[in-house]
Design a protein around this ligand. Structure first.
Ligand code: ATP
Length: 232
């Protein structure tokens, strides 16, 4: 039923200056679902997440999140609905230690992960507690970025290519973490180039092409029907 829909996007458009980048993005995500946005480089996946977070200057259309029309909301108000955004560039404070990075995120709502819960989920971070952000591996930076968002109390994650550039063993660790969060009922929108990773986690997939949703499919098998859009 419509009450299970956590995020409903319709006719979403976005611009960078004069450049009209998103033309017609429409998709929905149910509570507890993992949904991927797939598509070639430059298709508009990152911009879709940024537009939903209120991080592009000009956007239009409809984005209902937890029953609220958010298209005119500033990004902090969107975050307070329980949305945690982990951008491709990860957004940690690289001059600060792991410990300081974990202390700084604002608690936006109840249910934020305690330090102990963070270290259960990401044991690597505990052993790197006093390391500076710049000294971390790419995988550790990704884990720290996710940990910061979990501290805020977010229960819906927007993850932009969390496995990009990471070694297979680290990709597996992140996959396990996301499986655990999924089992805890988190709702996740995942922008992903790694189709095997997307297939193992996601309930449904949408393909973005030139700022539009052009195809969708369900489950690990469904992803095969989308490869012709992805140039693989
Ligand atoms: P990628 O995997 O390369 O990040 P993507 O699907 O996430 O691809 P976007 O980053 O959303 O694509 O980019 C969509 C379009 O918007 C591209 O044509 C890109 O060149 C353009 N674009 C992205 N950021 C900006 C910006 N800050 N200013 C102007 N144009 C931009």
């Amino acid at each position: 039923s419509s009450t299970d829909i956590e995020i409903a996007v319709n006719g979403l458009q976005a611009w960078y200056g004069e450049s009209h980048v998103l033309h017609d993005i429409g998709f929905d995500v149910k509570k507890g679902e993992v949904v991927t946005l797939l598509g070639r480089n430059g298709a508009g996946k990152t911009t879709t997440l940024r537009a939903l977070m209120g991080l592009v200057n000009r956007r239009d259309g409809s984005a209902v999140i937890c029953g609220e029309q958010t298209i005119k909301y500033p990004s902090r108000r969107i975050a307070r609905l329980g949305i945690g955004y982990v951008p491709e560039e990860r957004g940690i404070f690289s001059e600060l230690s792991v410990e300081e990075n974990l202390m700084l995120p604002p608690k936006l709502r109840d249910g934020g992960f305690s330090r102990e819960e963070i270290f259960d989920l990401f044991p690597n971070l505990k052993s790197r507690l006093h390391s500076q952000g710049t000294k971390l591996s790419g995988g550790e930076q990704q884990m720290l970025a996710m940990a910061r968002v979990l501290r805020t109390g977010a229960d819906c994650l927007f993850l932009d290519e969390p496995t990009e550039g990471l070694a297979p063993v680290i990709v597996q660790q992140i996959e396990r973490v996301l499986q655990m969060l999924k089992a805890r009922g988190f709702t996740i929108i995942l922008v992903e180039q790694n189709l095997r990773f997307a297939a193992s986690l996601a309930d449904r997939h949408y393909v973005v092409e030139q700022g539009r949703i052009v195809a969708q499919a369900s489950g690990a098998d469904g992803i095969d029907s989308l490869t012709r859009y992805l140039g693989v």
